[in-house]
Structures are given as C-alpha cells and as structure tokens.
Design a protein around this ligand. Structure first.
Ligand SMILES: C[S@@+](CC[C@H](N)C(=O)[O-])C[C@H]1O[C@@H](n2cnc3c(N)ncnc32)[C@H](O)[C@@H]1O
Length: 219
C-alpha cells in the first residue's frame, strides 16, 4: 500500500491555497497581525462565512469587535439586504480603529458599533430586539454569564457561534495542570460548554476548527 506524507499542516496549506481572496479582508488581517490585535483564525473565518451563507441572517450580533476584522468578514458574507450588524467593544483604542475601518470599508449604515461593556449592552437590550445570528468572541470567562441573556435575545432557529472554546487546548486539560491565574477561565469555559450542550433549548455541536468553536441553534 502506498502511504502519503500528509499531516495537518499540509492539509491546512492546501485548503488555504484554495481560499477566496479578498483584498480588503487580507489588508485588515495583515494590519491586525502586525499590530498584535487578536482576530479570528482563517479556518474560523471560513467556517463563519459558510454558516452565514447557509443561515442568511437578517439581524446579527457580534460580541468583541476589536478593529472590525470579523465584522467585515460577516458583512461580506451576508446579503446586502440584511437589517443590521450590531457589534460591541469596550476597549477605547480598538473602538477608534474600528470606527475608522467601519467608515472605510462599509458602504452603508447597517453596522452599528456599540461602545460599551457587553454586560451593559445585554442587560439594556430590549427583549424584542431579536437576533438570528450571534458571534461570541470576547472575554472567555464571561461566556457563561452572558449565555442566559443571549438566549433571551435570540429568535427561534437563531445560531450562536462561540469562538476559542479550546483556549489553545487548555480546556481539555485537568484543572490541576493549569496555572493558577488561568484556572477561572478554564472553569468558566467548561461551565459554558456544559451549560450550552445540556440546555434543552439549544442544539449544540462542538467543532475542532481554529481554536475550537461551539455552534448552538435555539430550538
Ligand atoms: C478576540 S478579540 C475580537 C476579535 C474580533 N472578533 C475579530 O476576529 O476581528 C476580543 C475583543 O473583545 C473585547 N472585549 C472583551 N471583553 C469585553 C467586554 N466585556 N465588553 C466589550 N468588549 C469586550 C476586547 O477588548 C477585544 O477587542
């Protein structure tokens, strides 16, 4: 039998070579990487794009804007007749850059940047402000706190995609092998995954994509 020298890295390179190339997305990605701005990985970006194209949401909530890189990916993956993309960020420097990028790359007023803490936004959001897609990419220890609030803001059939659920593999390790400083995040991320997976109102699947993704559909 012939055996081939195929490993994960080669597979990833091969997939990347077939990626859609978008100059604006690539330029924002390059800027983020050069300036140490944390952004979604390419595999996560492609997965997000695919889900959006299948789901075709009209009202989207993004938690964790950074400089609006993933916002741009979301925007370009959706139909032009979406209602809005609401995106929340509380870091002053990133807000400044996100505003500049939103002005530069988004040609309509459908992107609304909320300059506030996510908890404040979720607590203040009207119950009837129903979303059909939520992208969760902010403070990992807060996912478990935000889950019940998010649930109320999601329509039936809405999708909740949470990123970085493996935290570079740390989540799979026993809590005793984790350095003390990171134990809270470890515990709370496990609680989030347990809660969302066991919640009868959600259908949840975990994917080994990027740094780990959970996709939950509200029943
Ligand atoms: C991983 S980055 C988001 C990256 C972005 N989604 C992308 O891929 O382009 C997480 C962002 O969430 C923001 N963030 C974290 N906790 C937050 C909170 N409680 N309220 C608002 N923003 C928060 C951080 O300031 C950071 O910019």
């Amino acid at each position: 039998m012939v055996t081939y020298n195929v490993n994960d890295e080669r597979i990833e390179d091969f997939i990347k070579s077939l990626d859609d190339y978008d100059e604006e997305i690539e330029s924002l990605k390059d800027y983020a990487l050069k300036n140490d701005v944390p952004i979604i990985r390419d595999e996560t970006r492609n997965f997000l794009r695919l889900l959006l194209r299948i789901k075709k949401p009209r009202k989207i909530l993004e938690l964790g804007t950074a400089i609006a890189y993933s916002t741009l990916v979301i925007y370009k993956s959706c139909d032009k007749d979406i209602d809005s993309i609401v995106t929340v960020e509380n870091n002053i420097d990133r807000i400044k850059e996100a505003k500049t990028n939103i002005e530069k790359f988004f040609d309509d007023k459908k992107v609304v940047l909320i300059e506030d803490d996510i908890t404040n936004y979720l607590e203040a959001a009207e119950k009837e402000e129903k979303y059909d897609f939520v992208f969760l990419d902010a403070a990992k220890a807060q996912y478990i706190v935000w889950l019940p609030m998010l649930k109320k803001l999601m329509k039936k059939g809405a999708v909740l995609l949470a990123d970085n659920i493996f935290k570079d593999g740390e989540i799979l390790e026993s809590r005793y092998t984790i350095i003390k400083r990171d134990r809270t995040i470890h515990k709370r991320m496990r609680e989030y995954l347990h809660e969302v997976a066991k919640d009868v109102d959600f259908d949840t699947t975990i994917f080994n994509v990027g740094d780990g993704i959970s996709v939950s559909i509200k029943k």
